[in-house]
Write a protein of this length. Sequence first.
Length: 246
Amino acid sequence: MKRIFLFLACTVLAGCSSVGPGFAHHPVDCAMGFAWADCLPGTSGYNNGGGQQIRTEETQKSFAELKTCFAYVYHNPEYAPITSHLPSPETGYQPTMSQLSDDSRPSKRESQLLIKHHDDMLQCRQTFLQNPGAGTPPGIVQIMREGWVDGDAITIQLVKRKITWGESAQKNQQLALNVQKKMQQVSNAIAQANATAALYQAEMAQRQQEATANTLSQWNAQMQNHMPTRTNCSMMGNTMDCNTYH
């Protein structure tokens, strides 16, 4: 019955939290500094390390926008003369065998397009770096920065026609593998930290449930003690029998 009441209260007032018992975003707990995963930015709980759910949503949004921006630049008709040499968004930017084995070098016109293509991609990167999402670890952002710098060095060689399209594809493929490896190491460390945080959240939820149950029990006891009483008496011969009821 208590669970039904809590569900109805959450539904009518503010919605229930998906990360633990209570209302969505745990407004009271988060204001007091408890680090629930759905604490909103600006609350003490968020500042204390909570808000993982909100941070994750922001990160997903930032990466989705970056991916969309890159794809928009790639499919710009202006760059049609060079896109056959470049890995596409549809393949996850994985080069094809023909791209990896391309022994040709950019023409003067293609080099000019490469420069403009790079500058458009740079705008996507700068927009992302301005707001990578609150849930994106600084270590991941730094790895991405370094990867882009190394990629720019490869592009410079290609623009200057010092390497072939195929050599550029090979270098970028190896660079992507190195970046992915570094990001996986950071992700593994974060996953371990999150597992510890999840245990903490579970313990917090259990403690809150126990505290709520104790509060309700005390409230019920107080109500019983303060309920009005009624005494009924009856005479049986010379004996009076009285009973008191709440």
